[in-house]
Design a protein around this ligand. Structure first.
Ligand code: PLP
Length: 936
């Protein structure tokens, strides 16, 4: 027997299972099904030019070669990326633990209490360190966090000015990302050298300061802040979290907003990401915060429980009026950073910060003693050494000795110390400068912090490794992730994240590389990035790909900015209308607004397709100002629309560009190529189709893929400023690109197409088996769905009073994560089984849904009261079903072990149904005192 190929492990259904499923669906083979499902106008019959599948052992060996082509040198480059020691207990039990990394965004809070607690710890940590009241969890990186702060300031400032001021000592990549985001919004950026005494403009709505600055200088900004407030402007301070353990907090010097990165709290550099960015605000601004915010609310028994707060600000509700387009964030990395703080506690963090500062102070003392000028008297971890005409020589000497410094210009060298810096590293640096070593000095910081931080007991209770291990386990045990069972979330593609794909992420040659390291040290990464970009171009039929965007939302923005630049390059700057079907994902409209476009909604017809008659009207009305249409394919309604080619032609004919949202690419890979069937640009979600795990709400990678005419407008290098950047690092979250690389290599072209077929078969199998119990809302021309299907609960709700939420929560009692709820149609569930679930799990889900339908019938029949039945009371906790009193109309066994639930595998939710609105009225977004949890 030949050894099993990887594709046979990745695809859950065996050939035999697929035959049985095909019988149910009514087709003779997967190819026959795909021929019927996919419209011939988009069908692509060529062969993919991708390397043939390799075994897991071969792929790991190839990745070892790529890793070996990188050099994990000692990095003293700084600029927002630092060496850090990831505590082993966090690396193995969070970053390498599927209970954390395979979880979904915590939209179903009852089954997400563990990661919600970890994120609340993150928010508390950020709020404490920055001295502000409310922090979110999390931003995509420091550059985009700073850009979000700018628009927050714009929304909140009472001035009419469109000028945003940046201190010249801001990280260069932050300046570049802010500039990208400002231009389409008509915001004018003024970079002001405050250090050189340059004056502030007359009027401005906000100012961005940073300490320590890019140069390492720590300045007292209080006068600038007072002036800004007097001018009616808001003040954003970018601050280094480790620095804030010693330096006065932004909130204490009057900042309205603080931003930055949590990377150096135990998250490896990874050639630029992924890391958690942060954003915190003073009281009064919390309701305009962008991004996800965890808050405390209460469950049906009155017990404290966590859930996402203020969802109504988000793009999925507010669309073009949202505070931001952010969707997938950096949850896994925020969890790691929060656990780094839990592990070290305030004293440990202060000690690390003091040690880092001591290294920098010692380094400075040695340089000065040797006659080298150090530019700033006050610094935390970073120095600018002035060596007229000699910078290149010094940097080269250090590099030859294994230490990377920052080559600022011909006369200046930047040197950053971090947690990993040793005395030996300092000696190497001194030698590179040609100065003699000196004794260690401790050093004092200017503007020292006197306030306490991380005083909540959680930051002191888990200091032994045993306690830490158990804390991590206790949290992950509360959560439902892919390691427990299926997560059939439509549009999210929760498929296998194979261990072999994950392993390379923590190899030091991938993990410990600075994004601005010399090119000669990053050959492996350059090849990895080039391979992923080339393979994705081949798979999608586009000509060029950039992996820089850190999530789908950022890929959307990058793609729309490319369209904007293209029109402008042709003298058609007036083209600013973006047509978006009513069924679109909320990020689409939010991104269009960020790209300076006006959103015009196109209706959908009764079958869920884009209404081509309405499209005609809108195209006609906007013939002169049409920039683009943004459609998802297959549509968010889960069908392959046959009108797509016609739609593309109509828009092109009117001078518009076609953006195809590629989140649903799992239904196309190997069968249809958006770049060939009429689209000009797409983003992909590598955390959906290409196996990067969701991490509980991030990280993600959202490459943007374009046809050749848009290629000149792809994102550029944020550091050198050639072209606009949408992320802080040139290749975004490069550290997780080994995952899609491995997936593509392991599957090969045939395996990828087989996966698509298996995913479409699974969705159609679910649809056919469930359709007599729940109406399937939309199907394509031949009665088939694509890779997901929408179950319409609305008629059932009208007849029974049982809501879609009741069904979603009851699924928890049955041991499932609910499908996507009320997107894209309110009152429905969207099921996406993916190719990775086996038939046993698919049937277990279907049987649970059928059993729930029977329960609903009992409510309709009056057997159970509408106000007291296992659906409205779901989910049931162990405590509630074992309480001494039980006064419900149904027995405890029905509550806890409904039909088909294996008692030995029972998943118990730690809380009952959570009242989200209560928490929004009583907003608490930091760790509550422990007593809050004993009261309930
Ligand atoms: C997931 C998704 C997005 C947004 O992607 P993120 O990576 O979460 O930013 C956009 N459109 C559709 C259809 C999606 O499913």
């Amino acid at each position: 027997m030949k050894p099993s190929e990887f594709a046979d492990r990745h695809i859950g259904t065996t050939a035999d299972a697929q035959r049985r499923m095909l019988d149910v669906v009514g087709y003779g083979g997967v190819e026959e099904l795909m021929d019927a499902a996919i419209p011939e106008v988009i069908r692509w019959h060529g062969a993919l030019d991708l390397p043939a599948a390799a075994s897991e052992a071969e792929v790991l060996a190839e990745l070892r070669e790529l890793a070996a082509a990188n050099t994990a040198a000692v990095s003293m480059i700084g600029l927002g990326y630092y060496g850090t020691h990831t505590p082993g207990v966090i690396r193995r039990n969070v970053l390498e633990n599927p209970a954390w990394y395979t979880a979904y965004t915590p939209y179903q809070p009852e089954i997400s209490q563990g990661r919600l607690e970890a994120l609340l710890n993150f928010q508390t940590m950020i709020a404490d360190l920055t001295g502000l009241t409310t922090a979110n969890a999390s931003m995509l990186d420091e550059g985009t966090a700073a850009a979000e702060a700018m628009t927050l300031a714009r929304r909140s400032s009472r001035t009419r000015s469109n000028v945003y001021v940046l201190d010249a000592d801001t990280l260069p990549q932050t300046i570049n990302v802010i500039a990208t985001r400002a231009e389409p919004l008509g915001i004018e950026i003024r970079v002001v050298d405050l250090d050189a005494g340059e004056a502030l403009p007359e009027a401005y709505f906000g100012i961005h300061l940073q300490y320590p600055g890019a140069s390492g200088a720590v300045r007292d900004h209080s006068e600038v802040i007072a002036a800004a407030h007097a001018a009616g402007a808001l003040v954003t301070v970018a601050a280094d979290l480790l620095g804030l353990c010693l330096l006065r907090a932004p909130g204490e010097i009057g900042a309205d907003i603080a931003v930055g990165s949590a990377q150096r709290f135990g998250v490896p550099m990874g050639f630029g990401g992924p890391h958690a960015g942060y954003l915190a605000v003073r009281a009064g601004l919390e309701r305009s915060l962008p991004g996800r915010l965890v808050g405390v609310s209460r469950d049906a028994d009155g017990a404290s429980a966590y859930r996402l707060a203020l969802q109504t600000r988000e793009q999925h509700i507010r669309r073009e009026k949202a505070t931001s387009n952010i969707c997938t964030a950096q949850v896994l990395l925020a969890v790691m950073a929060s656990m780094y703080a839990v592990y070290h506690g305030p004293d440990g963090l202060r000690a690390i910060a003091a040690r880092v500062h001591g290294r920098a102070a010692t380094l400075a003392a040695g340089l000065r003693a040797g006659g080298v000028e150090v530019a700033h008297a006050d610094f935390f971890d970073t120095l600018t050494a002035v060596v007229p005409g000699r910078a290149g020589q010094v940097v080269a000497a250090a590099e030859a000795a294994g230490v990377n410094l920052w080559h600022i210009d011909a006369d200046r060298v930047g040197i950053s110390c971090d947690e990993t810096t040793t005395r030996a590293h300092l000696e190497t640096v001194w030698a590179a400068f040609g100065v003699a070593p000196v004794e260690d000095v401790a050093g004092d910081v200017a503007i020292a912090r006197t306030s306490e931080f991380l005083t909540h007991p959680v930051f002191g209770a888990h200091r032994s490794e045993t306690a830490m291990l158990r804390y991590l386990r206790s949290l992950s045990d509360k959560d439902y992730a892919l390691d427990r069972g299926m997560i059939p979330l439509g549009s999210c593609t929760m498929k296998l994240n194979a261990t072999t794909e994950m392993e390379p992420v923590t190899w030091p040659e991938f993990a410990n590389v600075h994004p601005f390291a010399p090119r000669s040290q990053t050959r492996g990464y350059e090849r990895l990035v080039a391979d992923v970009e080339a393979w994705l171009a081949e798979l999608t039929g586009y000509d060029a790909v950039s992996v820089q965007p850190n999530a789908g939302s950022q890929g959307e923005l990058a793609g729309l900015l490319a369209i904007r630049s293209y029109h402008r390059s042709r003298g058609q700057a007036d083209r600013d209308v973006c047509l978006i079907p009513s069924s679109a994902h909320g990020t689409n409209a939010a991104s269009a607004v960020m790209a300076g476009m006006r959103v015009v909604v196109v209706a959908c017809d009764a079958d869920g397709n884009v209404d081509l008659a309405d499209l005609d009207r809108q195209v006609e009305a906007h013939r002169d100002d049409l920039a683009a249409i943004m459609v998802t394919y297959p549509s968010t309604h889960g069908v392959y629309e046959t009108g797509i080619s016609e739609l593309c032609a109509k828009v092109h004919d009117a001078g518009g560009q076609v953006y195809v949202d590629g989140a649903n690419l799992n239904a196309l890979v190997g069968y249809a190529l958006p770049g060939k069937f009429g689209a000009d640009v797409s983003h992909l979600n590598l955390h959906k189709t290409f196996c990067i795990p969701h991490g509980g709400g991030g990280p993600g990678v959202g490459p943007v893929a374009v046809r050749s005419h848009l290629a000149p407008f792809l994102p550029g290098d944020p550091l050198v400023g050639n072209g606009h950047a949408v992320s802080a690092a040139p290749h975004g979250s490069a550290g997780i690109l080994p995952i899609p690389w491995a997936y593509l290599r392991l599957m090969g072209p045939d395996g990828l197409a087989r996966a698509t077929g298996a995913a479409v078969l699974a969705a159609n199998y679910v649809a056919v088996r469930l359709r007599e119990h729940y109406p399937v809302l939309y199907t394509g021309a031949k009665g088939l769905v694509a890779h997901e299907c929408i179950l319409d609960l609305r008629p059932i709700t009208r007849a029974s009073g049982v809501s879609v939420e009741d069904v979603a929560k009851r699924l928890i009692d049955y041991g499932f994560h609910a499908p996507t709820m009320s997107f894209p149609v309110a009152g429905t569930l969207m099921v996406e089984p993916t190719e990775s679930e086996d038939l046993v799990e698919l049937d277990r889900f279907i049987d649970a849904m059928i059993a729930i339908r029977a329960e609903i019938d009992k409510v309709t029949a009056g057997e159970w009261p509408a106000q007291d039945n296992p659906l409205v009371n779901a989910p049931h906790t162990a405590a509630s079903v074992s309480a001494d009193e039980w006064r419900h109309a149904y027995p405890r066994s029905v509550a806890a072990y409904p039909d088909g639930v294996d008692a030995a595998r029972k998943y118990w939710t730690p809380v009952r149904r959570i009242d989200g609105a209560y928490g929004d009225r009583n907003l608490v977004c930091a760790c509550p005192p422990p007593e809050a949890f004993t009261a309930g």
